[in-house]
Design a protein. Structure first.
Length: 322
């Protein structure tokens, strides 16, 4: 007896991604052993075609981005990846080649990040595509990095560079010229989950999260969780060469860099006395970090200061789904 179409699709495309505990994707659930002395960390993110990725994006990068944005949530908690569950709702009539490319992207990043598929569900939809992934990771007891915990006087740090994802989307839409090397477009399509850094700063940093909806908006989440204010020095925010070149051409882009989403860098608080420890942890993780401001007494609000020390007006804090 032949397999129903959806089960044939799963066997053809997704079974090769399955790892230990997935039971060859032949049962209703996975069975997984948690490493001794570790705690389980679980997070989930979804991507919708036309909202979180462009309809013309290569399917391989869509698969990789779906996995990476979830890995970034593990990084923000100081966790290491264990496996993932995935639910895909593909538009009816989608080309088999598109799904094959999507799976190749997942397979590539599974190898790079050391995890495998555990199960999930596959359905059809009138459209657009909706792709959801639940990531599982582990962390040592007492080493979980949470949003709450920043203290007035703490340094404010960020990893990598800010604004590339937002600019990359504008480049791909034809709204911003340049990016001949493709750096900005790649940063939009393929964020870098800072897993090694998250694990390295756990136990030193007081609080942290990843920057997915914009630096200013996500910093506001840290402030509300801690019940304190934060001050960002705009001139200190790290920019890539490509972003700086775009800003040189149009200084009005600065608010977009500070409030745009899709950076997936780590934003975290640490005591000034731990600056050397943070820099050493970042060096060990191979990830640059920059101190961009401080937490302060006051209402849980974010102030952004221009180079001359005056407040920088921002029309919005960041991306909103509603």
């Amino acid at each position: 007896m032949s397999l129903p179409p959806e089960f044939a699709l799963i066997a053809r495309h997704f079974r090769p991604l399955a790892g230990e505990g997935a039971l060859d994707l032949a049962d209703d659930a996975a069975v997984l052993d948690i490493p001794a002395g570790r705690r389980l960390v679980i997070a989930a993110d979804a991507m919708v075609e036309g909202v979180h990725y462009l309809p013309g994006d290569p399917p391989g990068t869509v698969g990789r981005k779906l996995l990476r944005v979830n890995l970034s949530d593990l990084a923000a908690m100081g966790a290491a990846p264990l496996g993932y569950l995935m639910t895909t709702s593909f538009p009816r009539g989608i080309a088999d080649d598109w799904i094959a490319g999507f799976v190749r992207g997942l397979a590539e990043d599974q190898r790079d990040f050391g995890l495998a598929l555990l199960g999930g569900d596959t359905t059809g939809t009138p459209g657009p595509a909706c792709l959801s992934l639940t990531i599982l990771g582990t962390v040592a007891p007492g080493a979980v990095l949470r949003r709450a915990g920043a203290r007035p006087g703490d340094d404010l740090w960020v990893s990598g560079t800010i604004g590339d994802g937002a600019l990359g989307l504008r480049v791909l839409r034809g709204e911003v010229p340049g990016d001949a090397a493709g750096h900005l477009a790649r940063r939009y399509r393929l964020p870098e989950p800072r897993l090694a850094l998250g694990q390295a700063i756990a136990g030193v940093a007081h609080a942290g999260m990843d920057v997915s909806d914009g630096l200013v908006q996500d910093l506001g989440h840290l402030c509300r969780a801690a019940g304190c204010a934060a001050v960002v020095e705009a001139a200190a925010v790290p920019l890539s060469a490509a972003a700086r070149a775009a800003l040189d051409l149009d200084a009005a882009l600065l608010p977009a860099l500070l409030t745009g989403g899709d950076d997936y860098e780590l934003l975290f608080a640490a005591a000034p006395a731990d600056r050397a420890a943070i820099e050493a942890a970042a060096a060990a993780a191979g990830t640059p970090v920059t101190r961009i401001g401080r937490f302060a007494e006051g209402a849980p609000e974010v102030a952004v200061l221009a180079a001359d020390g005056t407040p920088l007006p921002l029309a919005r804090g960041g991306w909103s789904h509603f």
